[in-house]
Design a protein around this ligand. Structure first.
Ligand code: FPP
Length: 233
């Protein structure tokens, strides 16, 4: 880890709804503001030297929200993937997704494919967007793929270890060094459970739309002071 900069950062972008409600706006306005924050923040995060950024855009449980809010978010994702996130392509950032396809709409899946395709040869960093994602679901889905490979004789059960397990997750990314959650909630909410085994946690009361570049820098300064022992003394 160069200059104590985390290799992989994960952000739970929480508080969009409250940000809007506090200003007398509809919740959807909070999501729109959050999307603008993410656009700028992602570019900044990679400038600090971080190589992988995972963001929690939509959990499998978020489908329990009202149809109006789910539809708004899905349409916002389409706009972001088709147009707004082009700035990431210019910055040589590759975009990948983690999560289940079902029951995402066809137009959402097509927009996801378009940004993956457009950025697939970029090499400076990877933005992993977790959409229709659940951490327990990811472990279950990985386990099913492993069973298939064991049954097909592709791997031997006794060769399976925690490193190889990563290869069966939605994306084969390094472990998360630094987990940030905005909006004053102290929960993991089923986010990247396998990858978070030795993550440092950072919680801030700042609501996601206000989590700007300087807020990230403040978090990074705190990360640099952490004494990571990975079980050693
Ligand atoms: C949590 O806030 C936020 C979400 C469920 C959506 C996150 C989406 C974005 C930031 C939009 C852009 C994302 C991409 C990938 C283009 P909340 O609604 O739970 O807020 P609350 O807890 O205040 O209600």
């Amino acid at each position: 880890m160069e200059n104590n900069i985390p290799v992989h950062v994960a952000i739970c972008m929480d508080g969009n709804g409250r940000w809007a409600t506090r200003q007398g706006l509809k919740r959807s306005e909070g999501h729109k503001a959050g999307s603008k924050t993410l656009e700028k923040l992602a570019i900044h995060v990679f400038k600090t030297g971080v190589k992988y950024l995972s963001v929690y855009a939509f959990s499998t449980d978020n489908f329990k929200r009202t149809k109006e809010e789910v539809d708004y978010l899905m349409n916002l994702f389409i706009i972001m993937f088709k147009t707004k996130l082009k700035s990431l392509d210019k910055e040589n950032i590759k975009v990948v997704f983690s999560g289940r396809k079902d029951p995402l709409r066809k137009d959402v899946l097509a927009a996801m494919d378009s940004i993956v395709e457009r950025t697939k040869n970029n090499t400076r960093g990877i933005l992993n967007i977790c959409l229709n994602y659940g951490g327990q679901e990811e472990i279950v889905d990985a386990s099913k793929k492993i069973i298939e490979d064991v049954n097909a004789g592709i791997i031997n059960k006794n060769d399976l270890n925690k490193e190889i397990f990563y290869k069966y997750l939605y994306q084969d990314l390094p472990p998360i060094d630094f987990f940030i959650r905005t909006s004053g909630e102290y929960r993991v909410s089923n986010f990247m459970l396998y990858q978070m085994s030795y993550s440092e946690f950072y919680f801030t009361d700042t609501l996601f739309p206000d989590f700007n570049e300087s807020e990230f820098d403040k978090a990074l300064e705190e990360f640099k002071l952490r004494d990571r022992r990975f079980g050693k003394n």
